[in-house]
Design a protein around this ligand. Structure first.
Ligand code: ZN
Length: 242
């Protein structure tokens, strides 16, 4: 690890009390949650459709049972635990230095680590609702259901509060996220690259002093960032003192 860059990051964090963190799939991979979009051979053998098709609104409506086979297998990880990145971000919030976590992940690990202000752009697997009466169900209910989970109260199909392909993002959460980013002094982007939507669009709202990018792989297009650390986000954050 580049010690000089860790020291630079420490200095940036020491000198502000208005950090916003924007995180992608890479934040959760260190907790053992694979990016479901990454297509490995097993996927292709086991499922008749590509993940992008399965995790879409129209597929959910037409092939609900197959959706849930994939969902239980690939998208829920009830035993996953927060890693060093989640824990350090919660510590920074507790210390009054971090205002919000904006995340594309749906695993609820930031809250599990103790973070309070978490803006989940793509929803959460921890929340599920009946499509007919709106009744709430937790993750365990989905896991334990045999086949398609149905509502105990009205028999309607239960749907995860997760933004599927073809569905639009929650505008309230988007608006809040954009406000946090536009008011931030330091924006740390972790576990995603600057070139992929929605990170690419979100940084346009940032007008603060330091933009930090921490990602395992480099895209070669980090021009806007003041500090770029090409390393795993958990390993980097574990080195920071609050
Ligand atoms: Zn119901």
């Amino acid at each position: 690890m580049d010690e000089q860059k860790i020291a630079q990051l420490q200095e940036i964090i020491d000198n502000t009390d208005n950090i916003v963190f924007f995180g992608g799939a890479g934040v959760s991979t260190e907790s053992g949650i694979p990016d479901f979009r990454s297509q490995d051979g097993l996927y292709r053998m086991k499922y008749a459709y590509p993940p992008e098709t399965i995790v879409s609104h129209s597929f959910f409506m037409k092939h609900t049972a197959e959706f849930y086979d994939f969902y239980r297998d690939k998208m829920i990880a009830p035993d996953a635990q927060p890693n060093a990145a989640h824990l350090k971000l919660a510590e920074l919030e507790q210390a009054g230095k971090l205002r919000a976590v904006v995340t594309q992940n749906i695993d609820g690990l930031h809250q599990k680590a103790g973070s309070k202000e978490v803006l989940e752009l793509h929803g959460s697997v921890l929340r599920n609702n009946c499509t007919r009466c709106g009744a709430f169900y937790d993750e365990q209910y989905i896991l334990k259901a045999d086949g398609i989970p149905v509502c105990e109260k009205c028999g309607g199909i239960v749907k995860p509060d997760v933004v599927l392909y073809e569905e639009s993002l929650d505008m309230n959460i988007m608006t809040k996220a954009i406000r946090c980013i536009s008011e931030a002094d330091v924006l740390i982007i972790g576990g995603t690259s600057l070139v992929v939507y929605p990170a690419a669009g979100m940084i346009d709202y940032f007008h603060g002093s330091k933009l930090v990018l921490i990602n395992k792989s480099s895209t070669g297009r980090e021009g806007r960032a003041d500090l770029v650390i090409t390393d795993a986000i958990g390993e980097v954050m574990s080195r920071i003192h609050v």
